[in-house]
Ligand binder design. Structure first.
Ligand code: SAJ
Length: 419
C-alpha cells in the first residue's frame, strides 16, 4: 500500500519543512500542532519560523491544497512525530533528565485515529528505548490492533525511529540530500519507512534497529559536542599560555589526520547542548568523556564573563578619570550560531544578559538577525552606533556582517577569532 495521506505531528523547525517537503511531492499532508497561531499562520501559506526557502515551499503547497494544518490529528497512512524533547528543569547537582512528555502527548493524540496498515515514525531526538515506549503506549490505547513487540513482522501498525539530522539554516537542502538512518522495530517497519522517505530523500536510507537509530543520533551530536569541548578547552589553555588559539588550530589542522573544530563562547541550540545528556542520564557511570565535554562547554560562558570583568578592571586602570558606570560594553551577536535568528539555549544571549545585569554602565547589543529582543535590559543598536561609543567590544557570534568590521580598539574580547 502506498502513502496517500501523511500526518506530521509538531510543526516546528523539523516538522514543518518535512511536512512541506512531502506536500511538494504531491502527497496530502496534514500538519498537526497544539499552537493555534502556528496552525493559522501555516493555513495562510505563511511560516512562523525563519528557515531559508521554507516560506516558498509552504506557500506553494498550501495554495495547491497539498498541505493543511490542524490542531487535532485526522486519519492518515503515516504519522511522523517531530515534537520537542527538551530536558527537565534541574537542580545543579543532578544530571538533566530528558522530558519525553511531548512525545507521549503526541502518541495519545494519534492513537484514536490509527488504523490497520498505518506507519508511525518517531523523528524527535530521543533517549534510547523511546520507540519501544511508543509501541507500548499505543498497544495500551488500541487493544484492537496488533503491534511489532507483540507479533513481530505481521503487526497491524509498523513503528520506526528515523532521526532528523538536518542543520538549521540548511534544512530544505539537507532534508533531500542527507542520508537517513531508519530504525524499524521489525524489518517490515524499516522497509515501509524507507518507502515513505524515498518520496523526497535522495540520500541513502540505511536500515538498522530502533535502539541503534536512537543511539546513532545521540552519538552524532555528542561527538560534535566533545570535539567543540576540545577546541574550547584549548582556547582557555592558550589564553593562559599566551598563545593565539586560532593560529594554533590552523597549524595543527595542517596535519593530514587532525581536524580540530572552532572554539566559541559556549555551545548553544536545542540539539548539541541537550542530546549528550540523554546518553549521560542513561549511563552516568560510563559516559565520562561525554559528561565532561558538556561541563567544559557549559563553563565557557562563565569564563568569557570573567574575561569581560577583567577587561573592565584594565580599562579603568588605564582611564582613572572614568567610573565603571561610564564604561560602555557592546556585545556582538546574540543567537546560538552565525547568520540565523534562533536564540534557543544561546550562550551569547546568556553572556550578554549577565553582563547587562552585573555591569552598572551601558550594555549594547548588536544583532542584525533580530528585530525585537525578548525580555532583557540590553539595548539593540546598529554596528555604527556601537563603534562610535563603545569602550569594550565583546564578539560573541561571527555573523557575516561583523566580519567586515575593522577594529583598532584595545579592549576587545573576541570569542570567535574574527578580529
Ligand atoms: N559550534 C562551535 N564550534 C564549532 C561548531 C559549532 O562552538 O566549530 C557551536 C555553535 O556556535 C552552536 C553549537 O555549537 O552554538 C551547535 O551548532 P552546530 O552548527 O554544530 O549544530 P546545530 O545545533 O545547529 O545542529 C546539529 C547538527 N548536528 C551535527 O552536526 C552532528 C545537525 O546535523 C542536527 O540535525 C542538529 O544538531 C539536530 O537537530 O540535532
Amino acid at each position: 500500500m502506498s502513502f496517500e495521506t501523511i500526518s506530521v505531528i509538531g510543526l516546528g523547525y523539523i516538522g514543518l519543512p518535512t511536512a512541506a517537503m512531502f506536500a511538494s511531492r504531491k502527497k496530502q499532508v496534514i500538519g498537526v500542532d497544539v499552537n493555534q497561531d502556528a496552525v493559522d499562520t501555516i493555513n495562510r501559506g505563511e511560516i512562523h519560523i525563519v528557515e531559508p526557502d521554507l516560506d516558498m515551499l509552504v506557500s506553494a503547497t498550501v495554495q495547491r491544497g497539498f498541505l493543511k494544518a490542524v490542531t487535532t490529528p485526522e486519519p492518515s497512512d503515516a504519522f511522523l512525530i517531530a515534537v520537542p524533547t527538551p530536558f527537565k528543569p534541574i537542580d545543579d547537582a543532578k544530571i538533566p533528565e530528558p522530558d519525553i512528555s511531548y512525545i507521549h502527548n503526541a502518541v495519545e493524540a494519534i492513537a484514536p485515529v490509527l488504523k490497520k496498515g498505518d506507519l508511525v515514525i518517531l523523528e524527535s531526538t530521543s533517549p534510547v528505548g523511546t520507540t519501544e515506549k511508543i509501541a507500548q503506549w499505543l498497544a495500551k490505547y488500541r487493544q484492537d490492533l496488533t503491534f511489532p513487540q507483540q507479533v513481530g513482522e505481521g503487526a497491524d501498525i509498523n513503528i520506526a525511529h528515523c532521526p532528523e539530522r538536518v542543520l538549521p539554516g540548511k534544512v530544505v537542502t539537507e532534508l533531500v540530500h542527507n542520508d537517513r538512518v531508519i530504525g524499524g522495530m521489525t524489518r517490515r517497519c524499516s522497509e515501509r519507512s524507507v518507502e515513505l522517505y524515498k518520496t523526497f530523500v535522495m540520500g541513502d536510507c540505511v536500515i538498522t534497529n530502533a535502539r541503534t537509530a536512537e543511539m546513532a543520533k545521540l552519538t552524532e551530536n555528542s561527538s560534535r559536542d566533545v570535539q567543540i569541548a576540545f577546541a574550547n578547552e584549548l582556547s582557555m589553555i592558550c589564553d593562559e599560555l599566551d598563545i593565539d588559539v586560532w593560529e594554533l588550530i590552523s597549524l595543527a589542522n595542517r596535519h593530514p589526520r587532525v581536524n580540530i573544530l572552532q572554539p566559541g563562547p559556549g555551545v548553544g541550540g536545542h540539539c548539541i547542548a541537550v542530546d549528550p545528556w540523554f546518553i549521560v542520564s542513561k549511563t552516568p557511570d560510563i559516559a565520562k568523556i561525554i559528561h565532561t565535554a558538556r561541563k567544559v562547554n557549559d563553563h565557557k560562558p562563565e569564563w568569557v564573563i570573567e574575561k569581560v570583568n577583567a577587561a573592565i578592571g584594565s580599562y579603568l586602570q588605564k582611564h582613572p578619570e572614568k567610573t565603571a558606570a561610564e564604561v560602555t560594553i557592546a556585545c556582538y551577536g546574540l543567537t546560538f550560531k552565525p547568520d540565523i535568528d534562533d536564540l534557543r539555549e544561546s550562550p551569547a544571549l546568556d553572556i550578554a544578559n549577565t553582563i547587562a545585569r552585573e555591569h552598572c554602565g551601558e550594555v549594547l547589543a548588536i544583532e542584525p538577525n533580530i528585530k525585537v529582543l525578548p525580555d532583557t535590559t540590553l539595548r539593540l543598536v546598529t554596528i555604527d552606533e556601537s563603534l562610535s561609543k563603545t569602550d569594550i567590544h565583546v564578539m560573541l557570534v561571527d555573523h557575516s556582517q561583523f566580519k567586515k568590521i575593522k577594529l583598532n580598539d584595545e579592549f576587545v574580547i573576541d570569542t570567535k577569532g574574527i578580529w
